[in-house]
Write a new protein. Structure first.
Length: 299
């Protein structure tokens, strides 16, 4: 049996503590996972796992050799990468992203990548909640954050700027009942719409050396930026939007830039993955492509 695959199976089982979960993640049958573990134990002449019907755990010998197996596999991957460095990329890459970024920015970047690498297949999972990369067998997550998940490896690939926006109809109506918006504190008296997944009730704004953090009571909050944008277009209030969504509507007059002299805090767009070890050439190439693409195509 292939010792490299067997090592990958052992490392995955050590992490998942489940033959069934490893089988799903590595796209193989449960009996095949068992055979690879038994082969590893035969080669190393030690018992690697305690196995019962309810629980799987590493033996002391398995614990002791796990790091050595990881190092050996990392070296094997490096040798394979060097040997295949001139070969055409091929295979599957699974990606997750927020719905709004996926629709508006990720699709053209992925289209460009796939045109360059016709043998690469892409599977994209769009959701605004944070996915468990290991559980869902996700290779790469594209996330906008100020503090990304510390359990993941994060490479910044772009900056996400935001703006405060409202429809002309909302601003005209509120001007008659509340008055003009001249300072961040005026927002407290307005209908502000909250994004649930990102500091949903606090907006951080700056002007030169002045800083304001506005805590808001949002009557409407939504966990998806595109739906929030359409609520704003419908005149429901003021919201904080990424420029990659808002700019086109500001430019055509459908939305107005509120407090343009006050800048919301920038966020970073990260490419997140679970481990530096065993990162496939496809994923490495895609991360480099996204960073380069977004530098050349600012929104």
């Amino acid at each position: 049996m292939d010792r490299v695959i067997a090592a990958k199976v052992f490392i995955d089982v050590a992490q998942s503590r489940s033959f069934s979960r490893t089988a799903d993640r590595l796209n193989m049958s449960r009996p095949m996972v068992t055979r690879y573990i038994e082969a590893m134990e035969d080669w190393l002449k030690i018992r690697l796992l305690h196995r019962t019907t309810r629980k799987i755990s590493l033996t002391s010998a398995g614990e002791a050799c796990l790091k050595d197996v990881e190092l050996w596999l990392e070296q094997a991957d490096k040798i394979t990468s060097l040997a295949n460095s001139n070969e055409e990329l091929s295979g599957l890459v699974r990606i997750t992203s927020s719905m709004s970024f996926g629709f508006s920015q990720l699709m053209p970047a992925i289209q460009d990548f796939m045109a360059q690498h016709p043998k690469v297949h892409i599977d994209i999972d769009l959701e605004d909640s944070t996915a468990d990369l290991t559980e869902k067998s996700i290779d790469l997550a594209i996330r906008i954050a100020s503090n990304p998940d510390p359990s993941l490896i994060g490479k910044p690939i772009a900056v996400c700027e935001s703006v405060l926006v409202a429809s002309p109809a909302y601003l005209e109506t509120s001007r008659q009942t509340i008055g003009n918006i001249q300072h961040p504190q005026d927002l407290i008296h307005h209908d502000c719409l909250g994004y649930k997944n990102l500091e949903r009730h606090i907006w951080h704004l700056s002007q030169h050396d002045q800083f304001e953090s506005i805590s808001l009571d949002c009557r409407l909050s939504i966990n998806e930026a595109t739906a929030l944008l359409h609520a704003t277009l419908n005149g429901m209030g003021i919201c904080l939007q990424p420029t990659y969504l808002a700019n086109r509507y500001i430019n055509d007059g459908s939305l107005c830039h509120v407090l343009p002299e006050w800048k919301p805090k920038d966020l970073i767009i990260y490419a997140l993955y679970s481990s530096r070890k065993h990162l496939s050439p496809n994923v490495r190439a895609l991360i480099d492509h996204l960073e380069s693409y977004f530098a050349k195509h600012p929104w």
